[in-house]
Design a protein around this ligand. Structure first.
Ligand SMILES: *Cc1c(COP(=O)(O)O)cnc(C)c1O
Length: 422
């Protein structure tokens, strides 16, 4: 195959997209759980991390759970989503934003993305309420650690008296107008999965101002036991509570959140500088109002800089062209020197499992829905993209963003990307 980067030396050690970064204290708190024999879902580490996150994010209650997905499930249950009920969801996001709606029998309706922050488009959300005025729950994510258009989204939700569930799984530590993400919705969800900005290897939390809601989630997540000497149940229960050992890892990590953000920001800025003269832009954010956590650095190729690229459901083909490139070529180039990138999260309305669901763009109906998988066709006949999510998926990619990446490793990655435009 065509190797424009053949003179770039491979990296001595692999650079991951985003891998755990441990500091030592994690071991201390895990050992404490072991030594005190609090090896279950009760213990000092759990209490400590709930308190630390409340303080950091500025919320009143945080309930430690086994995963971010579990916290989203509990959020959907708290919102009272009933079987057959439509729920508006971010479209360009990880499937875990959306799946918990289906766990409760709800029907996700996807809201298209805006170009300014790559999150749910408030204009499309307003359109969606015109089409489905009965909807009362919205699930919105902050993709790649970049806060969405919070004020606008909240205003639309308030106007239609809808509950906002905020998926801040990727954005812990990011702020909008000085306030931490996870605080804007009636319910916030965060994640400590292995690739997130701080991690417990797994884990998540549900954030709320409502004491009763927090207590319900504590009960549901520990099998909904009633106060009785025997196992007494009035409600459906779940085994979703966080382990005290996992909480030990998170307890050791939380003090390093700001360090990780600073490292990720430096990586983002270096990429931005390194690609200044290329026909690309970095994942954008609202500089006036928000400070991302820079979890992942991403690239979006200019339309004119795209070489022909076609993707079927699970495969991609492209034709290299002088001065042009495409996400798959760049990912292969970066991979060939031993660094891990990733395509943009494939929008939910393009996923086989969700293709029959509603999808609303700024214009109203989703034009790209039925033929979404033939992406050679991402542009409509009028030259405008069928929808924003599909367009960003077509032209975008996530760059290696591990905070342990060295200056030299990043230099080589930048060189490999630049070579693709040779
Ligand atoms: C990681 C992630 C989740 C799920 O969190 P887990 O802890 O992996 O269950 C949910 N939403 C988004 C946007 C995520 O990136």
């Amino acid at each position: 195959m065509f190797a424009r980067n053949e003179n770039i030396e491979p990296l001595a050690s692999k650079v991951w997209l985003s891998s755990p970064t441990m500091h030592g204290e994690e071991m201390k708190y895990m050992a404490q759980a072991y030594e005190t024999n609090w090896m279950s879902t009760i213990g000092a580490n759990i209490d400590a991390v709930e308190g630390m996150i409340c303080e950091k994010v500025g919320c009143r209650y945080a309930v430690a759970l086994s995963a971010g997905t579990a916290s989203l499930h509990m959020a959907v249950k708290l919102a009272g989503v009933k079987p057959g009920e439509r729920v508006f969801c971010s479209d360009m996001t990880f499937a875990a934003t959306v799946n918990p709606v289906v766990y409760e029998g709800g029907l996700p309706v996807f809201i298209d993305t805006e170009y300014d922050t790559w999150n749910m488009d408030p204009v499309a959300l307003e359109k969606a309420f015109a089409i489905y005025p009965e909807v009362r729950v919205v699930v919105a994510a902050h993709l790649y650690g970049t806060p969405g258009k919070v004020d606008e989204l909240k205003a639309v939700c308030d106007r239609h008296k809808a509950i906002l569930i905020e998926d801040a799984a990727e954005s812990l530590g990011a702020t909008y107008k000085g306030v931490q993400t996870g605080r804007f919705g009636q319910i916030g969800c965060i994640s400590f999965n292995g690739n997130k900005i701080i991690t417990g290897s797994s884990g998540g939390m549900l954030l709320t101002e409502d004491r009763e809601a927090a207590n319900k989630v504590r009960k549901w997540s520990t099998q909904s036991r009633e106060k009785a000497a025997w196992y007494q149940h009035e409600e459906l229960g779940y085994n979703y509570r966080m382990s005290n050992v996992i909480a030990g890892v998170i307890r050791g990590q939380i003090p390093y959140l700001e360090t990780h953000i600073a490292q990720k920001k430096a990586i983002y800025e270096r990429y931005q500088e390194g690609f200044r003269d290329l026909p690309v832009q970095m994942n954008p954010f609202d500089k006036a109002n928000s400070e991302p956590n820079f979890w992942l650095s991403c690239l979006l190729l200019d339309k004119e800089a795209m070489c022909p690229q076609v993707r079927s459901e699970c495969e991609a083909l492209y034709t290299p062209l002088h001065g042009k490139s495409c996400p798959m070529e760049i990912l292969e180039a970066v991979g060939s020197i031993g660094a891990e990138g990733r395509p943009i999260w494939k929008p939910m309305h393009m996923q086989p499992i969700y293709r029959m669901h509603g999808f609303v763009t700024r214009e109203g109906g989703g034009r790209g829905q039925s033929n979404a998988y033939l992406e050679g066709d991402a542009m409509g006949k009028d030259g405008k993209p069928l929808d924003v999510g599909m367009d960003i998926f077509q032209r975008g990619l996530c760059l290696p963003s591990d905070n342990k990446m060295t200056w030299e490793q990043q230099s080589k990655i930048i060189a490999a990307v630049r070579a693709c435009f040779g």
